[in-house]
Design a protein around this ligand. Structure first.
Ligand code: DGL
Length: 280
């Protein structure tokens, strides 16, 4: 597929980007919610993780990726990375000629809808938690909410290692989250692309706490954004398997091998072809 030189329209793809492969959890939710849409997914695997990097660096990387995606003819952009959303979303929304949404507002909305006690925990990378982006987003909807943020930097490497139900991961989760058992949160936002994969383990560490995965809510917001801008793709004739990755493009900034290996875990399907594109 070659990028088009004409301006994007409803038949153009949606750009989705993340610091790496974790954003495939969001891409997967969009593929399911909007089966007629085509995605161009960019994973910045050469420069992952974004979590410990400075806001300026994450903004620079995000601008490079979105410039590339625009060159590929996308009609809208979904920032699937929580850290990139936290640091770069307002700048991208102000600068780019297409609609842009992130994952923080959808996650905040879902958390407020789920919480009865209005005491909400948020976990994410150091960058996301230090930015207080979720605090601000929740506060805008529910000013009476009490919010506890916890950075969990060890989760991403443990998940990439595939240790989803491993004693070491449980120990780390207990260390990070044990205090929430007594603090009284009733809802926990999984504010990082990778954390939905730990849902069942975290459910046993924090029994009775609602675990919020923003992917499904982000897919809803993507649908709303497309409708608002008249950018919905025409429904296809005939049924397309929503899980079939073949109508979509997957691009990595580093060797495709790791992407191919981990895609099954995040997408539920193996991606057959990954393009490589170096940025910066
Ligand atoms: N994608 C990042 C996020 O959602 C997690 C991995 C990273 O640190 O880059 O915040």
């Amino acid at each position: 597929m070659t990028p088009s030189s004409s301006p994007p329209d409803a038949s153009s793809p949606i750009g989705v980007f993340d610091s790496g492969i974790g954003g495939l959890t969001v891409a997967h939710a969009i593929m399911r919610r909007l089966p007629a849409e085509r995605l161009v997914y960019f994973g910045d695997t050469a420069r992952v993780p974004y979590g410990p990097k400075s806001p300026d660096t994450v903004r620079r990387y995000s601008r490079e990726i979105t410039a590339y995606l625009l060159g590929e003819g996308v009609k809208a952009i979904v920032v699937a990375c929580n850290t990139a959303t936290a640091h770069a979303l307002p700048a991208l929304q102000a600068e780019l000629p297409v609609p842009v949404i992130g994952v923080v507002d959808p996650g905040a909305r879902a958390a407020v809808a789920a919480s009865r006690s209005r005491h909400i925990g948020v976990i994410g990378t150091e960058g996301t938690i230090n930015s207080r982006a979720y605090h601000r987003a929740i506060d805008r909807i529910a000013p009476d909410a009490r919010i506890d943020g916890t950075a969990c930097p060890l989760f991403v490497p443990l998940i990439e290692e595939g240790w989803l139900d491993h004693p070491a991961t449980r120990l780390v989760a207990e260390e990070y989250l044990g205090r929430h058992r007594v603090s009284g949160i009733d809802t926990l936002v999984l504010g990082c692309t990778h954390y939905p994969l730990l849902k069942s383990l975290l459910g046993t560490v924090l029994p009775g706490v609602a675990l919020i995965d923003s992917a499904a809510e982000t897919a809803e917001e993507t649908a709303r954004m497309l409708a608002e801008h008249g950018l919905e793709a025409a429904p296809e004739s005939g049924d397309r398997d929503a899980d079939d990755p073949s109508p979509h493009r997957f691009i990595a900034s580093d060797d495709a091998e790791q992407f191919l290996k981990l895609s099954q875990r995040f997408l539920g399907r193996t991606v057959e072809r990954v393009e490589t594109r170096t940025l910066g």
